[in-house]
Design a protein around this ligand. Structure first.
Ligand code: ZN
Length: 152
């Protein structure tokens, strides 16, 4: 079988940040890499799940919500994928920062936290999402559209 493109990136050289991993027509896949791979420092499942609910809800309710295709976790527990119908990378980076900031300031109820809306709602915890958002925001606070390339 052919190797898919994301496996051709050398994961030993990846550092936390925001990167473009794929472009398919007008859809850009951004890797929101939150942990250095294979260092034993993983995002817990509960933190990933909580951040997934918060980020997906806030980004789809943002001014660029209509351009969001998908937001979801990397199975390796080191980050998330954000698929956008947008080539305005600078705007997307600012959007990511503003959603993270909004998560740290959020004090409402966890969205989708019920048996009807989620497959494992007992595993959601707003404080874990906030902690993770704060940590990642600190990593990407000075990120610009010049930093989006994975280093070869
Ligand atoms: Zn859920």
């Amino acid at each position: 079988m052919e190797k898919i493109k994301s496996f051709t990136v050398d994961h030993t050289k990846l550092n936390p940040g925001i990167y473009i991993s794929r472009v398919d027509g007008d859809i850009t896949t951004y890797d929101l890499r939150m942990r250095k791979p294979n260092c034993g420092d993983l995002i817990s499942n509960a933190a990933m799940h909580s951040l997934e609910h918060m980020f997906a809800t806030l980004v789809r309710n943002s001014e660029m919500g209509g351009e969001v295709i998908y937001f979801g976790p990397m199975g390796c527990q080191t980050g998330f994928y954000l698929l956008m119908r947008s080539t305005e990378h600078g705007r997307v980076i600012e959007l990511i920062k503003s959603v993270l900031k909004d998560i740290t300031a959020y004090d409402g109820e966890m969205p989708g936290c019920s048996e009807v809306e989620c497959g494992n709602y007992r595993n959601l915890d707003l404080s874990l999402a906030k902690e993770e958002a704060e940590r990642y925001l600190d990593t990407v606070k000075d990120w610009t559209d010049k930093d989006l390339e994975y280093e070869e």
